[in-house]
Design a protein around this ligand. Sequence first.
Ligand code: G6P
Length: 607
Amino acid sequence: MCGIVGYCGTQAATPLLLAGLSRLEYRGYDSAGVALADETGLSVYKEAGRLSLLTARLRGGEGFSQTVGIGHTRWATHGKPTTANAHPHLSADGRFAVVHNGIIENEAELRRELLDADVTLRSETDTELIAQLLQREYQGNVWDALRRVTARLTGSFALGVLYAGEPETVYAARRQSPLVLGVGDGELFLASDMPAILPYTAQFVPLEDGETARLSADGYTIYGADGEPITRAVQEADWDAESAERGEYAHFMLKEIEEQPEALAATLLPHLTADGAVGDEVLPLTAETAQALRRVVLVGCGSAYHAGVVGRQVIERLAQLPAEAEIASEFRYRQPMLDRHTLVIFISQSGETADTLAALRESKRKGARTLSVVNVAGSTLAAESDAVLPTRAGPEIAVATTKAYTAQLAALYLVAIRLGALRGTMEDGEERRLTAELRTLPHHVRELLGTAERMHALARRQQALSDAYFIGRGTDYAAALEASLKLKEISYIHSEAYAAGELKHGTISLIEEGTFVAALACDETLLPKTLANVREVRARGAWVLLVTTDPDTADAADEVLVIPQVEPLFQASLSIVPLQLFGYYVALERGCDIDRPRNLAKSVTVE
Ligand code: G6P
């Protein structure tokens, strides 16, 4: 969604802001702008559409000498994606400039108040209201005005603010929307997302909810919700700048698909002990607490929810506990029954997804035990959960997740094994056998990257399809959910995933001559059942791709892809790889904007 970059230092700010914004493009946006400060006042430049339009207009920053500024990429919520609605927004007197991520929920009331006071509004945004309110609240101290204004806002915000009277300063504030200070040598950055500033510094200080900050080239001060200054240790991001660059790849998505063996190894190996166990740091619960658990709930959105669907089966099997996967936006509103005997696992790449965060807060309020599986260190979800198990996939830039999803699966396998060990619900030797299997996953995934050419050829043949169905049972169904989403979100082909046994209850009526069906059948105990479903759809004309571990299925479908066999509980980590490639190549053949699919955002920080 929206992105924020800010700079104050001694270098020209404009090229740095534009470069930072370009690294935030992946978040999804529809307009962009910058505000620059110097002794002569504030200058604002904005353009609807691609950032390249703004960059061209500013000649990449050539001739702009200001050393302080803020920039923004906007993903429209209040008002259309026009230049007038793009950020930064100015107060009527032109003295305050504001960039904002998030949504102000009492926007209508604030708008009415300003209109009643005869303030002329120049946009349809909630953000402009903040700039206008700052002008009205200002009585000689920007920070006081900022505190008074933010106290009046309901909803979520990360703010970057410039004031013409202090052209060396950037102000910041946050509530429920991420913001970090990047600490350089004699310069400071502000960013909604680390990749924006990684080429300049890996040192960062996250702002927490309710905090405000004041940045200038000389240093920064963070103030807590109570107005008192706060000292917080500077952290170091373990992501290097290169890992957030596309390099020789045509798309981040392909690069990230290929990075999966390393992402899996980095997520798994630190937790596998030499004697074949999963380390106790994976889940900081005592055996007594683990044994007293009555339920596990896995919560996430999009692909993270799909990872939860795999996780619930693995946990149920190994830890012998009822486990459910829940969509965060549903879970949070249905007054879930939770108590201290419930473990709620939150799954999120960004650690900032609004619904997942709200679900965490609701779970904590009800006394459940919380664990987050998160890819971004220092994210809000990581900060607020009782415990964190990091996925170490590195920065993921493509909107369609690949390596973060498979790293989430890996993390959930670790949790399941550890829970099983703590509860004593696994057979003798099972932990050793399962951890040995886990060690083989990076290798098998690398092998499966070798299916790229075949998947590309298949994509060429199938690129014109208008509907697709992905079917499977058990963890194959869970993988089918993710495979279907991958195809749909980047190629704009209508696609659905079905539990194979459910097809006959309605959806089979959609199957006709040539309909594309991908059947996943990697769990051999369920193979005969799924093959029966394949026969049913083929009998009605479907064209079937079968992904299976059984080499004796050559005649069972129009195309059969045999993949390596591992422990059935872990099989989704392998079957998804060729289907990620299939989705990628179909979108490529159709000429889609793969890394930035229409209407989508990488990180959904509003409800
Ligand atoms: C967006 C992304 C998905 C992601 C989902 C949840 O929809 O496009 O790839 O699965 O958000 O994001 P999270 O950061 O919480 O994993």
